[in-house]
Design a protein around this ligand. Sequence first.
Ligand code: ZN
Ligand code: ZN
Length: 408
Amino acid sequence: MTEKKILLIVCDGLSDRPAKEFDMKTPLQAARKPAMDALARHGMNGVMDVIAPGVVPGSDTAHLALFGYDPYKVYTGRGPIEAAGAGIAVLKGDVAFRCNFATVDKSMKIKDRRAGRIKAGTSELAQALTGMSIDGVTAVFKEGSEHRAVLVLKGAGLDHRVSDVDPHNEGKIRQSTPLAPKAKKTADVLNEFVRRSFDILSDHPVNKDRVKKGLPPANIVLPRGAGSVNELEPMGDRIGMKCAAVAGVTLVKGICRLVGMDVPDVQGATGGLDTDYKAKAEAALSLLKTNDFVFVNVKAGDVASHDGDFRMKVRVVESIDMMLGMILKDLPDHVIVAITCDHSTPVSIKEHSADPVPLAISGGGGRVDGVKDFDEISAATGALGRIRGTDLMPIMLGMADRAKKFGS
Ligand code: ZN
Ligand code: ZN
């Protein structure tokens, strides 16, 4: 018996609803997609409630479920994912936050929650804050795109159950409060970090220069979305496979890094509509040589849906199909290929929805059902029926002859 490798392709938000303007077809039904259809025709199909029926998945919780983790157990907040995406190693015991650079007046009233969407100089501002030591805790701070940044607190006795400093509107900044008795130290350290960030940033040359130019100074940091990774066992250990990922968008890269996958930077993989599909296909094939489990995320379908652009979404389906075609043409033997979505993002509502997503799994001499097309409606008639996101990993492991026997 040969243990097979697994390739999982997740088309972010590609799943949709029928559209009146397009003969009641979904973008998957309206597009020409020979590679996806071939995969469906040669394998088993089904639909999947990625979290649970009636739950609208975020991309973060959805990917955790697809990787076999119960998101209700392991997801504590967006902070650790953003931090890992920004390249900071988030370890057990750390507490991580998403942050904004913002503009406040002397009474701590917010004038601009995004500091005028500051672009230049955030790296210098971050340099002035990172490494700060407060009560035995070290603050690691890094800038993201525009006004965004991440903060990771590292030290003993930290707990992620603290409230946000960011009031999420233009009111006064909030004091973080502990939401559990054990989190008091974390809230105290966080409040002190925010207070010092105001002192340090107010005097920073980058901000003096901004004020001179009439721009709002980025004179405070507003943390939110505290989270920790205490329950996350590395995916490679859980499934006994060497795992790697191809992803362009920071959030998905962050999740992959958090679960311990190798996530090389792929030139041209942007996470946007302009992503380089050929580069992604080549990266996936190359990673399959040295890894047992390779994951590919393509974000563009979700982007087209949030923009409400049906025609663009059809083009995205066709581009992903071309990528899949390139992969299938040069795919080595003994690889299970699964294609699915992390959630539906119907163009008609421009938001994620609770509609189940289509799934096709093929390869390794597995069963073949009668489904001929890869789309939301055809998939529902397939042999896999209707499953949950956390069922996907065990099913793929079973098809790859890597599942453990229960009993004798
Ligand atoms: Zn998504
Ligand atoms: Zn989305």
